[in-house]
Ligand binder design. Sequence first.
Ligand SMILES: Nc1ncnc2c1ncn2[C@@H]1O[C@H](COP(=O)(O)OP(=O)(O)O)[C@@H](O)[C@H]1O
Ligand SMILES: [Mg+2]
Length: 332
Amino acid sequence: MKLLHIENLSVEFPTHKGPVTVLDKVSLRMERGEVLGIVGESGSGKSMLALAIMGLLAPNASLKADYLSLNNQDLMKLTEEQRKLFVAQNASIIFQEPQTSMNPCFTIGRQLMETIELHGIRRPKKQKQRARELLDAVGINEPELRLKQYPHQLSGGMNQRVMIAMAIAAEPKLLIADEPTTALDVTIQSQIIELLLELNRSREMGLMLITHDFALMSESTQRVCVMYSGQIMENAPTESILENPRHPYSRALLDSIPHIGERHHMGQRLYSLKGTIPAIDHLPVGCRLGPRCPKAAKECVKPPRLEKIDQHGLVRCHFPLEKENQSEGSSQ
Ligand SMILES: Nc1ncnc2c1ncn2[C@@H]1O[C@H](COP(=O)(O)OP(=O)(O)O)[C@@H](O)[C@H]1O
Ligand SMILES: [Mg+2]
């Protein structure tokens, strides 16, 4: 059953130089319980996509979509109010900096209990019991003590656990984690990812894991959308992107992590892209990767479409990379 189904979602912002398109016809699907990675350099539109799904874009943004459904509900058919309620009951989001999403003046307990109240539990005693359960679910011990503490008294990793506890309070079917570990130490990072994956398994909660870290994504997701400059460049099962990235941009991202390159025998083909991601109000003509792409040719002044390249993958490129490893279950 579809958890999330997006067809041609575009988001524009007005600027003094005219409108800029920060998301350009993004399409993707998630099955229930799936872990989908969204990966791409900073500025590629990952957070905009998350905010658009959650209905949290700034009021001056304009959103268009041919179709946008969550848990089989067409969100475009709901009023603003109905949509907010439906999304709050079915999806949650956590961000990079847990502290910025919490109120420093209130205890963890108060903040958790407020969230729990929003989801319909009125009696303080019940709220507290639920708060303890949630802390337990995210691996925080000594719940009584933690409930009385303030965010600054907890470590970054512990605060992120509290944010996750709040995010799962309504038992969402989709959790969007937008760079959930970027601000944390490496060892804590893997604990938080482990926790998210554990919740994904035990609650059949779909997880959209947004990251600029290809290595992190490669270890935790089933499928990946590679984003660049507001577009999806490649959408394929994680395994096949690791074995055989078909878009030059996916290849460049992959090659920028040497240890994975080595594991997949790609070490010697290491290169990185020249230049940087274009400003959204100064996009190149045609393929947005064009000026940075080692494969660019004159055809690339025509914008490529995201098209099916094999049974499971889609690529936006006039010259997709060849399939290298034919032995790898590629039949059918
Ligand atoms: N309010 C805004 N008005 C215009 N452009 C914006 C606004 N907010 C973000 N952008 C642009 O949207 C693009 C995508 O940003 P974002 O989704 O935050 O990228 P990512 O999360 O991948 O780093 C960036 O080019 C950014 O400059
Ligand atoms: Mg972001």
